[in-house]
Write a protein that binds this ligand. Sequence first.
Ligand code: NAP
Length: 557
Amino acid sequence: MSAVQSISGKGHAANAETYDVVVVGAGFAGMYMLHRLRGLGLSVRVFEQGGDVGGTWYWNRYPGARCDVESMQYSYSFSDELQQEWDWSERYAPQPEILKYANHVADRFKLRPDIQLDTRVDRAAFDESANIWSVTTSDGKTVTAKFVVLATGCLSNAKVPEIKGLSDFKGKVYHTGHWPHEPVDFAWLRVGVIGTGSSAIQSVPVIAAQAKHLTVFQRTANFSIPARNTALTPEERDSSRSNYPEIRRIAREEMRNGIVQELPDRGALDDGANARRAKYEARWAYGGLTFMGVYNNLVLDKAANDTAADFVREKIAEIVSNPQTAKLLQPDNHPIGSKRICVDTDYYATFNRPNVTLVDIRSNPIEEITSNAVRTVGRDHEVDALVLATGFDAMTGSVAKIDICGRDGQTLNQKWAEGPKTYLGLMSAGFPNLFIITGPGSPSVLSNMIVSIEQHVDWIADCVAYMRDRGLEVMEASKEAEDKWVAHVNEVAHSTLYPQANSWYMGANIPGKPQIFMPYIGGVGAYRQICNNVAAKGYEGFAMAAAEQVQKMAVSS
Ligand code: NAP
């Protein structure tokens, strides 16, 4: 038997540098993973790059940032005390409140002693002779662990566009995904916002209200639905709280995206024009992401999709007074919902303000940024500050930043060079005992993230407990199971309209990134069932072995 460190179950590492599990990231995924693993009596170290917990909600503190999933559903369900005691103030929680909630969870469950802040994980290497991961951090230290869990977030690696001259700009440059912690005052400034995705759509109305002038540089118009945000009444909170078991069950088991909503029983073309319009009007008035749930075929059938897209385009034309601006704001190159639909407060109406200008950089691309202007073909747009709302290297970006070395010296970046390959989004063959939370190949970003995070964390914790109880040391996805899963994820995606858009779901926003539809579109309910069945069959598709069997397993996998 090799010198294998067995899963201790002792609660604390005998040696401070050796843990049962290293978790990378202290956002919602990392914090709950820590809580579950500690509950199993395991020693855990969480490394977090940021200065505090909260993950995406720690970094994305741009003006107007708030969640697009309703507060009463965008919250942990694992503790009834927690969900009963926390008071969400608004239908859609603003970023400071979500960050406060994350901090409350860290304190309430006494998570902080096991979280090392301001520490980036740079490298993780699997030692096949000892079946141990060595994890090297930005403070120059190396710790070892039996398991590594990547809770690195799907939208955490902010993408700064490669625009000529950006570094020559004399004013301040901000990225929405990496916003400063100190207040930013745009009063009396001419501000330029580059990008028109969810982050821009939320921040543009707020910046416009502060700035002397705001110029929005739009390459691709996006569909956005009004949030209809409002304060939550005590009665509304109580109604959800008293029904939480059922609300959570429905979100997990019956909904495709983990958000409780009325499920449509028909397609868009099954209704006549008047009935269809009435339904769209009702959802537009209700607001939010559930707009795409009016009919059951909006992401499947282009003709059905066109009816919803036309409706939103008409709304834009009604709201925006200048017909040329309205025309530019009407998306015309992708089906509605094939890019993440945006949810806004007064986004389109903001373009009626006299201090706001929309610049079409699809027909007049940005040529360069000078010391005081964004230069498009034939024109300098002078600005004092620039906001890059240019998105993220999504789903794989944060994982790729870590040098992860698995069996036979292969790195994860080498393995994923042509696109991410995982079994169930949870593990990648050749990388034993390395789990990914909400990784590519799982519903992840197509769902209410907290529903998907809790499902993955529970599955991983149960799996680690299963291994410990049976004296198993090493677990690895089989190549065959992984290949089948990758093919299935791809096949399901291509039965929908999603791949028709150049979206970050496809990796299309990052020059040179392989264009593969990354999340699993089969829905959180069906996916949970698949994961549960795999576990019930003794982790079918994964090889698990005790120490003495490990070498054999490595040869056969
Ligand atoms: P995004 O959706 O990727 O949007 C980035 C924008 O920047 C796009 O309009 C893109 O144009 C533009 N852009 C990128 N590079 C550019 C360049 N070199 N020159 C000009 N324009 C460029 O990013 P995001 O708005 O940060 O949103 C990302 C995701 O985060 C969302 O889809 C959502 O899932 C999540 N999010 C959620 C919330 C919420 O909960 N409410 C809020 C914010 C973000 P093209 O489209 O032409 O590439």
